[in-house]
Design a binder for this molecule. Sequence first.
Ligand SMILES: [Zn+2]
Ligand SMILES: [Zn+2]
Ligand SMILES: [Zn+2]
Ligand SMILES: [Zn+2]
Ligand SMILES: [Zn+2]
Ligand SMILES: [Zn+2]
Length: 461
Amino acid sequence: MEGECSGVKPSDDEIWAKLVPSDSRYSDVEIRSDEKVVCSEISGSSSDKHSWCKIVRNSDLCSATMENKSSNTMLVDGAEVHNAETVVIKDRSEIIPGPDREGFVSYRFDILSSPETSQKLLQIRVDVENAKCSICLNIWHDVVTVAPCLHNFCNGCFSEWLRRSQEKRSTVLCPQCRGVVQFVGKNHFLRTIAEDMVRADSSLRRSDEEVALLDTYSSVRSNLVIGSGKKTRRKRAHTPVDDQSDGTDLQCPQCVNEVGGFRCNSNTVHLQCQACGGMMPSRTGFSAPQYCSGCDRSFCGAYWRALGVPGSGSYPVCSQDTLKPISEHSISRIPLLAHEKNLHEQNITEICIRQMGRTLQDVVSEWIAKLNNKEIDITRLVLNHAEMINARTFVCGDCYQKLVSFLLYWFRISIPKYRLPAEASAREDCWYGYACRTQHHSEEHARKRNHVCRPTRGSHM
Ligand SMILES: [Zn+2]
Ligand SMILES: [Zn+2]
Ligand SMILES: [Zn+2]
Ligand SMILES: [Zn+2]
Ligand SMILES: [Zn+2]
Ligand SMILES: [Zn+2]
């Protein structure tokens, strides 16, 4: 093979993968060259080493081809591999150098990220001076970006600027370039960069009190659409095509008519509904919520419902279903997200519910009640403000699905093994539990191991 490869092949001494034994008395097998025959020190009865398998790195650099060089049948991700047969292994594949789990130490195949790749990630450099808010002159905190000029500020700083601008005039100007601001939204990418900078250099950090005060001013949650005040001036006799191309056409039902004692003016900040694309004025202190508490995106369903405004041809208005209390949502099918999208586990849960003579809705309602009584550990609930969430919290459909998936994990965990369907109860727990990655690319592994359990190995313990 030598000399045949002319590309940027990593050098032979580079450790690119490891076989990590399940039993800590054995040491990791480091795989250095692109092709390596692994010798066994597994068999307890003999001290002789013998060839065990050959591992060749594939050109995609994220998988390898393993050939069984031993006389034993081996198990790879639960599937049998006979002598001289090959199989593709991926990061975290499980290799057992024998035909059964008992009597053989199992190994996990770990591909290490190459230093070249990680260096590339680290080489993004940002000058600290370019990551400062021009209002407070500190590194951005909870950074927002305004458009069309794309300047960045702390959420709190810009929110305060926005509030004051609106008291004085009908347009909001960018504090940095004085351009008219039409949109403002959170910038999650820059936020991560700013947080890394503050972590790396503590002299850039503000006091907790300062940050807490700044947070009290912050009003940008979802994207805000700010009227430029030009709307009326632009109104002139023209074709409908021109109307549609005008990106500042922000009209909502309250721009046209007073409803519930409120009418928008040219200076009103609007929120765009994430479901129907329609506009609603941003109202603080109004009784109906305008944001989903799980994702902080804005939805208009609850707002217009509270004001009794129905949808019409001219203004999109959602059905109330886009944003409503958790207790008013309903569910008839197990969400695709449930059990880390593992269809086998979803099936088992479905069978369990059926065998108990219950409905999915019934089970979910029971677990929502437990959530409400704070009987469940919410560490794995991937919703914003998770600690505040209860049955009366307004959430969108997506967040409700996430909540149901979370609750179904706890429902499954609570079922004793003997009450699971026979083919499910006989399975052993996968070491990596719900965090297992093999379950997503090995059908066989997903079926043969239980994945609704806590990881006992790996970084998610
Ligand atoms: Zn600032
Ligand atoms: Zn600007
Ligand atoms: Zn309006
Ligand atoms: Zn949501
Ligand atoms: Zn809507
Ligand atoms: Zn697994």
